[in-house]
Design a protein around this ligand. Structure first.
Ligand code: INI
Length: 155
C-alpha cells in the first residue's frame, strides 16, 4: 500500500485571505458568502479570515500577490465573475485573472485558489453562485482548507 498524502477538510488555525472583485457584485457576494460559511463550518475562526475587495477580476492577481507574499496567510482565495460580452474584453479579463492567480501560487508557494467564474451568461453565473450548479465559493473554500492541510503535511 503506498503512503498517501492528502489534505483533510478540517481547518486547524489556518489564516485565509479572500480577494473578491466588485464587478458583477450580486454574483460575487454569493461566492463570498459561500466561501466564508464553508470556512467557518469547517473550523476556521472569523478572526482568521480577511476579506479584501478589488474593482474587477483584472485586479485580483496583484492583490493576491501582495496577500500571498505578506506571510499573513496560509491560503488566498480569489473570487470573481467574468461574463462573456460581445467583445474580446472577456478574454483579456478572464485570461489575466487566471494567469496571474496561477503565477502567484507558483511564485509564492502559498496556495492561491481560483474561484473566478468565467461564464457565457448571467444565467450560467447564477447557477454557479448558489444556484443549481452549486456555489464556486464553497468549492474554493474547500480547496483552500485541503491545500493548507496538505502543504503542512509536505513540510
Ligand atoms: N471585471 C469583472 O470582474 N468581470 C467582468 O465581466 C468584466 N467585464 O465584463 O468587463 C470586468 N471588467 C473590469 C475589469 O476587471 C477591470 O476592473 C477594469 O478593466 C479596470 O482595470
Amino acid at each position: 500500500m503506498p503512503r498517501i498524502l492528502e489534505g483533510n477538510l478540517v481547518d486547524k488555525g489556518g489564516r485565509y485571505a479572500i480577494v473578491a472583485s466588485r464587478f458583477n457584485g450580486v454574483i460575487v457576494e454569493a461566492l463570498v458568502a459561500g466561501a466564508v460559511d464553508t470556512l467557518i463550518r469547517h473550523g476556521a475562526e472569523d478572526a482568521n479570515i480577511d476579506l479584501i475587495r478589488v474593482p474587477g477580476a483584472f485586479e485580483i492577481g496583484v492583490v493576491c500577490k501582495k496577500a500571498a507574499e505578506s506571510g499573513d496567510y496560509d491560503a488566498v482565495i480569489a473570487l470573481g465573475c467574468v461574463i462573456r460580452g460581445g467583445t474580446a474584453h472577456f478574454e483579456y479579463v478572464a485570461g489575466e485573472a487566471a494567469k496571474s492567480v496561477g503565477a502567484v501560487g507558483m511564485s509564492s508557494g502559498v496556495p492561491v485558489i481560483f474561484g473566478v467564474l468565467t461564464t457565457e451568461s448571467m444565467e450560467q453565473a447564477t447557477d454557479r453562485a448558489g444556484g443549481k450548479m452549486g456555489n464556486k465559493g464553497v468549492e474554493a473554500a474547500l480547496s483552500a482548507i485541503e491545500m493548507v492541510d496538505l502543504l503542512r503535511k509536505l513540510e
